[in-house]
Design a protein around this ligand. Structure first.
Ligand SMILES: [Zn+2]
Length: 320
């Protein structure tokens, strides 16, 4: 969409506090996906919105999965996923790439409807108030942690993990898709931190493999160096998608937190709406670099073998 159209929409909506231009609404995302290939629906959200995925590239055993907006407010992740997918039209990867840019369409739509002004907890989670990125089964039947970020049993918390693993239709649908595709590498796009968070692993060789992937991301990105977060010791499983993908699907999986904190602070110490803490006003400054980083990281992930099988990792509790 060109800048004039953005500007007109911006004026009609009374300024950026009430409109989220230059981002796309769900209709706009569908149009962009349709230009890339057949848009498939792999599930339905709590409020009945379709979960979209598009396949790019010839059929191959070398599969990659790129997801965005498992947290509804994190629009820059969706944008980076779309820009990465569009870049494959001109520079294909030797792989079958699946892109699902909005895993939480209800949160995404609510963010849009409220002009980004809704409290973060309400737009981060799905329509039943569950943090979808705390709703995946914990490998090795681990017990959930007690720190706030590890997920909460309180339905009012921003990280409410839900009544049981995979209790939510969006998480179930993604799990089914991943088990069917068996991707070898996955990138989950979030904001905001400017950081790379690979799945939690317990073996040094796996840790090192993720170091190669995160280094490749930084080199591909070429801008502000997104740091790797996590620790080989003391980390816990939280019900995040990446941990489940690594240990159960045996897929190299990295959460990418787009849009660094410092850039968010530079944009405004007091953002006019919570939305603008998470998302750059000018995504064009970030989306291409993020897309290049994703590409470089996926290439490294596809080149090696799958994560080695670890005894007992696939066992998961059915209740928390
Ligand atoms: Zn997130």
């Amino acid at each position: 969409m060109d800048r004039d159209v953005h500007a007109r929409r911006w004026l009609l909506a009374g300024g950026f506090i009430r409109t989220l231009v230059p981002y796309d609404d769900l209709e706009g995302i569908h149009a962009r996906l349709s230009a890339l290939g057949d848009v498939q629906t792999f599930g339905t959200s709590v409020e009945g919105r379709p979960l979209w995925v598009v396949r790019i590239g010839a059929s191959s055993e070398r599969r990659a999965l790129v997801t965005g907006a498992i947290h509804g407010v994190e629009y820059i992740g969706t944008r980076a996923a779309l820009v990465f997918a569009e870049s494959l039209m001109e520079r294909p990867l030797d792989a079958e790439v699946w892109v699902a840019p909005v895993l939480n369409p209800d949160g995404y739509a609510r963010t849009w409807r409220e002009g980004g002004a809704a409290p973060i907890a309400s737009v981060r989670r799905n329509a039943r108030g569950v943090d979808l990125n705390r709703n995946f089964p914990l490998p090795w039947s681990s017990r959930p942690g007690r720190m706030p970020f590890t997920g909460s049993t309180s339905p009012s918390a921003a990280t409410y993990r839900g009544p049981a693993p995979l209790s939510e239709p969006e998480a179930r649908a993604l799990a089914s898709l991943a088990l069917r595709l068996e991707p070898r590498v996955a990138a989950g796009l979030h904001s905001f931190m400017g950081a790379l968070i690979p799945a939690r692993v317990t073996h040094l060789s796996d840790w090192r493999h993720y170091s190669q992937m995160t280094r490749a991301f930084r080199e591909g990105h070429g801008g502000f160096p997104y740091l790797r977060l996590g620790s080989p010791v003391g980390d816990v499983f939280t019900g995040e998608l990446e941990d489940w993908l690594h240990h159960v699907v045996r897929c190299w999986a990295v959460c990418i937190e787009c849009f660094p904190v410092w850039a968010s602070l530079l944009q405004g110490l007091r953002a006019p709406a919570p939305f603008w803490r998470f998302n750059p006003r000018d995504p064009s400054r970030w989306e291409r670099r993020d897309a290049e980083g994703i590409r470089a990281m996926i290439e490294v992930g596809l080149d090696g073998a799958r994560p080695p099988e670890r005894a007992g990792a696939g066992a998961c509790l059915e209740v928390w």
